[in-house]
Design a protein around this ligand. Structure first.
Ligand SMILES: [Zn+2]
Length: 288
């Protein structure tokens, strides 16, 4: 029997880049020689799987969300990501999104599940609302949390700053998620990026306060992880490995993994992040 971990990278952006607004596309392409290659990969599950194999990654969260005005992503991302994931359902976990300002957002969560989408991503700085805005005039957001909780779909929420043109970083602070934890206690909620770079303490507090909160370490350069989040081991049961690749400044799935493993964390902590926690949340990843 192999003692190789079945690694889940919970945060990879395989998205329909042809939907990107021109300014965002420019930012995405900046300083990146492989932009055209990556763009071709986006619609090609075989190529995605080949990259995962090369990185030794068993499974990824395929992160998509809706941000029509800022990024260009419409609800068309949902059938797109569901279709991509059908190529290898064990290895590709499709994350989709809802336009919370559109009609009947709660019902659309049900439609997402019908499509085969397995988790929802919300991006407050790119969708221009606070994560608790259902308490302040955006009732559709409560419908989304409510249906996701009922259906057992995890909700990942971007926390921390964003440098894309037009991003609203006033919504980047994770603290409003405290309301979500209070109001939807059975919802599995993933704090993406642990509030980097400004809010590690808030993120740590929220993970400890709310039983169903998880955090992903994506978007934090792994070499700086121990410095950024010094009490990582205290919440090791709640953290998911993730890279945010191919987002700006993320070298690669494999490069980040190598850097993470070079930190020399205790073996059980490493195993929880890379394998066990994701297995508890999404079911066991396959052997590759
Ligand atoms: Zn992301």
């Amino acid at each position: 029997m192999s003692d190789r971990l079945r690694i889940t990278d919970a945060h990879v952006h395989i998205q329909p880049w042809d939907q990107l607004k021109p300014a965002v596309r420019e930012r995405m392409a900046k300083g990146r020689e492989d932009f055209a290659t990556l763009e071709r990969m986006m619609g090609d599950p075989d190529e995605v799987l080949a990259r995962m194999d090369a990185a030794g990654v068993a499974r990824i969260g395929v992160i998509n969300y809706v941000s029509p005005t800022l990024m260009g992503f419409t609800e068309e991302v949902n059938p797109w990501v569901a279709e991509l994931a059908r190529a290898a359902p064990e290895r590709l976990i499709p994350f989709g999104g809802v336009d919370v300002r559109g009609p009947r957002p709660g019902e659309r969560v049900d439609r997402l599940q019908d499509l085969g989408v397995r988790a929802i991503k919300l991006h407050p700085p790119h969708q221009e609302f606070a994560a608790n805005a259902y308490r302040h005039g955006l009732p559709g957001l409560a419908e989304v949390y409510d249906r996701a909780q009922e259906l057992g779909l995890p909700v990942m929420v971007h926390t921390g700053t964003s440098i894309f043109p037009g991003a609203r970083n006033v919504y980047a602070d994770p603290l409003p998620l405290d309301d979500v934890g209070v109001d939807f206690p059975e919802l599995d909620l993933i704090l993406a990026h642990l509030g980097r770079p400004l809010w590690p303490d808030t993120s740590f507090f929220l993970l400890r306060r709310h039983a169903r909160f998880w955090g992903d370490v994506s978007g934090i350069p792994p070499r700086g992880l121990a410095r950024y989040f010094p009490r990582l081991a205290d919440v090791a049961d709640k953290l998911l490995w993730g890279t945010d690749w191919p987002g700006p400044m993320v070298p690669g799935m494999k490069e980040n993994l190598d850097d993470f493993r070079a930190l020399g964390l205790p073996a059980d902590v490493e195993r929880k992040l890379l394998q066990d926690n994701a297995d508890r949340l999404f079911g066991p990843a396959p052997e590759i």
